[in-house]
Design a protein. Sequence first.
Length: 735
Amino acid sequence: MDGGLTVSKVVSEMLEIANSSLPSSALLSKFVETIKGTFGIDDVKALSLSGSTGGQLDEYVSNTKKPYIDNQLSEFSAFPELIQYRNSGYLSCAVIPVSANGKVILTFKALSKEENKFNEELVGMLSLVSSIFSFSFAYKEEFGKNLRLAEYFDASFFASPIPQFIISKDNRVVRENKESAKAFGLSGSDTKSAIGLDYEALKAASAYGKAITKFVGREGPGELYSFAPKKMGDSLLHVAATNVTGKRLYEGILGMLGKSNDVYIALIDESYSVKSYSYNLDSAFASQDGFRDGRKFTDILDEKSAETLREMMSRCADKPVFGDLSLALGAGKVPVHCVMSKVEAGYLIAASNMKAEEYANRAVQDMNDFIEGISEVAMKIDDQGFIKECNMPVEAVLGYAKEELVDKQLSSIYKDSSTLSRDVSYVYNGGKVDNSYVDLMRKDGTAVAATQTIRKFRSMENSDGYIVIFKELETKRRLDDLEDQLREKDVEVRKYKSASDLKSQFIDNMSHELKTPLTSIRGYSLFMYEGQGGELSEAQKDWLRIVIEESDRLLLIIQQVLDAAKLDANKIKLEPKEVDLKAMGENPSIKGLEEMARAKGLEFEWKADYDVPTIIADPNRVIQVFVNLIGNAIKFTEKGSVKVHISQRSRKFVECSVEDTGIGIADDDKRKLFKKFYQAQKKAQLVRQDGAGTGLGLAISKDIVKLHGGKIYFESKLGKGSTFAFTLPVNKKQK
């Protein structure tokens, strides 16, 4: 294929699209369809970053401004979006940033169901056509914004309830709304004579982003207005005027601030007469009229506080001043921190209750000390889900410095944020969340298993917030790490599968050949033991009993070897049914083991939690696992107990554990324990029963649990005992 011709054709098509009169949304759809058809790409997803950061992958591409390619999508891909695409059947992905004026405005995700689809040449072509498209798209977006802005300006200008006007460089009023005409009557006059302000003064205020406050009126002293100018090009200013006359402004302020029982507000004049106040100060007087009968603020102060007030008034001409007063309110004297400011309408006083403030500060400090002091990861979250504070353990557990997480969305550190949304919603409605299972994402992209506890609190600013505490599940993380290492060995294991299959077939054949004569030996021996061949002496009966017991033992060994061979050859198929684990303790095999334990002087307990659900599993194989684990526990325990506990580990799995107080397992034996034919060695001063088995029980149990889709694991301390546990899925039916 002629590469130059292909480039020319693609560029021509892109220019045709870019020069079309389509709106930006239709333009984007046309571009996507052209890309899919031209380059044979299965799907293209376009995301506009205007007002949105997208997902982690979009954020990464936006920050680096470089294409991102993954030609072999898998469950280990670097970003959650790529794993979702893999689950949807795609095998390759290329993300192309589209920039305008040095800023990424769009990202295109090209998806293919072929591996290694996106080579350097194809990604280069996609980047080229994306660059051509970005200019047209950015222009249409900007044009649309400007058009909407102009329409919004006209609507807000003429319909605005506040005075607005536009002034030119020669102090001429170019446009004025009806509120401005009513307040100032600027048409036909220059602004200098009408409001005492000219273009240059307003321009200087605009440069610093400040408003100019002036009294304006055609008759009398007029009213106080704040003029806020904004530049509109090189020679025009837009000015909005707000009436801030003291009574109207400060009564609104006092009304809002006076909602708190612990904050008191008053506006006074130079004679200390109260012009306005927050109504919680009415409690200072028995009369319902409160300050309204002309009383002075000094009426609710003792002599020392009144003198402090006078001294504060003398110092607050240029800046706010602080002092401590004692208010004589209806409930008694209330010590307050006070700030006084000089304003156009008089002196504004704001006082806060010292005791309430001290209590609130102490509560906040205690909470902050708690967050900093605990060893688990703890974070303070605002009502919008942003992290406001976190403690030092985040560095060890998640790999982030504390400063990196502040002001990030909490959901960004979750592998699946749906759990967070569910738990926060529950807490918001008055509930409490304790030890909810979550998967967090470290800075390096790896997952961390944890539990989260969430509590709601009210901040000093009277807004909702949340305390979230994470506890890392180190055991699960280590097991997951070990499983990852085992996956890496999978290729190596496959090399030996052929030899293993031959071995399994040999064992299968030999086991069947051995079972036939052994069954005959056992049958005839039992026939003779029961006296069917004539009367026997006690010595002869003892000999036959030994033959029968050893035959049973050999048959058990052969059956275990046969099971191991079938599991190796994948010839064992489960027969899933509904299984009630709570009732399984009544199974004859379990009851037989219970009698064996009690005969040995051991305490035996079978306990199932009330909320353990019915599961789907092969009941005979589950019993086989229990028999192996409980049998081992009884065999290696001389005193104490053997306890079985069944619980619901999560919504998807149940956990079954067998705990004993036996001899325990040495560190040297732990890593070999699930190997076929392996038997732990005797240790000095530790007792183990004679008659060791085949070393296949644990290996078979592990394969059965794995076949169900569960896991088996253990904890043990030499001389103290062991706990073996396995999980089974609740509903998933295995093959």
